[in-house]
Design a protein around this ligand. Structure first.
Ligand code: UDX
Length: 428
């Protein structure tokens, strides 16, 4: 099938290349001409493991094309995936400006039956809104489907081909069957439902995952008071099949482009419908508090941080990505910097993005060892797995003090204590 993808961000690009790899002919468009020019040459706008390889492969195979015109490509495509951003507005509600614009442009240019699939994360009711906007300029038959995306950054390609489920919401049975068929090579549960239910599944899933994280962070804080170890508590909790082991990692709170925005958007959505979602208010508050917990710990070590040399390993909001949006590391750096600390940083992928938003008085290092040289405190701020296997004896020799503040509970506490580091984790 010929497919048009609108938007080449994380969701759009991964969906485009994933569908191309499944054998469909895909054109991905974006309003950003320079981005399209780069994509045509296989230059990606962000780092994502394995993505570049399959983008290049599908460009070569003529399965994947990049362009900037919706109008010129619409005629040949039966199915259009909307994958544009829905950033938060001031009040936390999702900004649907781009979704509206695409729907309008579709309506203006449609001449025959099309299936419009929305993959952008949107409030309930957006599918109906898209219909209404299209109908302003097009009176023929068409279908709107909601197919929310659950991919994780850093594991996006894997997630496309191995999803836990594919949700397909809509009112047109023929269109639903077509979309199910589009993904037929992917062996997973395909759930048919209504537009509204599909739209809510996405927000509900992300909000539930953040609830798990905020819950375990509260348990971690309690662990510190009662002398328990949150890693062991989480492990034993996770053995209960009703709870499960994932998303029970305590630390400095969740970040990224989705979780903070989606939880706030769901809270706003509920409020807009006259329902006060009390739990989500707490989830957000706990996450904010968790960032302060780490600053408090730093203050306990150094009541005056001015001129202290602090090494920070990790800038991305999590491992395997160069994304620094809502990253705890960046927030911590800004606070420490404002109090006069001397900061050295290292991240395997996110340095270039960090440089764009942090001031230049930060020492960007070529490797973790350079960052740790003469440091009086080392903070682990991102769960990059390679940080676990650093030459810790060497780091101990390089540092001035031997204090590690492990904001992600990444390191083996026993091993660190055996090496005579002063190790401080979260809830351990
Ligand atoms: C998330 C959802 O997982 C995905 O389904 C959705 O499509 C987009 O949002 P992503 O933002 O890529 O994906 O990251 P994820 O791996 O879920 O982690 C989000 C944040 O939570 C990170 O800051 C991570 O460090 C933190 N986290 C995750 C924890 O603090 N503890 C955990 O146990 C898990």
């Amino acid at each position: 099938m010929k497919i048009l993808i609108v938007g080449t961000g994380y969701v759009g690009l991964v969906t485009a290349v994933g569908l191309a790899e499944l054998g469909h002919e895909v054109v991905a468009i974006d309003v950003d001409q320079s981005k399209i020019n780069k994509l045509k040459k296989g230059i990606l706008p962000f780092y994502e493991p394995d993505l570049k390889k399959i983008v290049l492969k599908n460009i070569r195979k003529k399965q994947l094309f990049f362009n900037n015109s919706l109008k010129n490509n619409l005629k040949n495509c039966q199915c259009i995936f909307i994958c544009v951003g829905t950033p938060p507005k001031r009040d936390g509600a999702a900004d649907l400006k781009d979704v509206r614009r695409v729907a309008y442009e579709l309506g203006e240019n449609m001449k025959e039956y099309k299936i419009i699939v929305n993959k952008s994360t949107v409030p309930v009711g957006t599918g109906q809104l898209i219909k209404k906007i299209v109908k302003k300029n097009y009176s023929g038959d068409f279908a709107v489907i909601s197919c929310p995306e659950f991919l994780r950054e850093g594991r996006a390609v894997w997630d496309f081909f191995h999803p836990d489920r594919i949700i397909i919401g809509g009112e047109d049975d023929k269109a639903i069957a077509t979309i199910i068929n589009l993904f037929k090579k992917i062996k997973t549960k395909k759930i048919k439902t209504t537009l509204e239910t599909a739209e809510l599944v996405k927000y509900a899933s992300n909000a539930f995952l953040t609830t798990k994280i905020s819950f375990i962070n509260e348990i971690a804080n309690l662990c510190e008071k009662v002398g328990a170890d949150v890693e062991e508590v989480a492990f034993s909790m996770g053995l209960d099949k009703r709870i499960g082991p994932s998303f029970l990692k305590a630390g400095i709170g969740y970040g990224g482009s989705c979780f903070p925005k989606d939880v706030r958007a769901l809270k706003q959505l509920a409020g807009g419908h006259g329902y006060k979602f009390r739990l989500l208010k707490s989830v957000i508050e706990v996450n904010r508090h968790q960032r302060r917990v780490i600053i408090k710990k730093i203050k306990e070590i150094f009541p005056k941080i001015k001129n202290k040399k602090v090494a920070i390993l990790g800038l991305a909001f999590k491992d395997n990505t160069d994304d620094i949006r809502e990253s705890a590391a960046i927030e911590i750096i800004k606070i420490l910097k404002s109090q006069g600390a001397k900061i050295s940083v290292y991240d395997p992928q996110a340095m270039a993005n960090a440089k764009k938003i942090l001031n230049s008085k930060i020492n960007y290092c070529l490797n973790p060892y350079e960052a740790c040289r003469a440091a009086q405190l080392l903070i682990i701020a991102t769960e990059w797995p390679q940080f676990k296997n650093l030459n810790w004896q060497r780091i101990k020799r390089l540092m001035k003090n031997d204090i590690i503040l492990d904001g992600k509970n990444l390191l083996d506490k026993g091993k660190m204590l055996k090496m005579r580091f002063r190790y401080i984790g979260v809830g351990r």
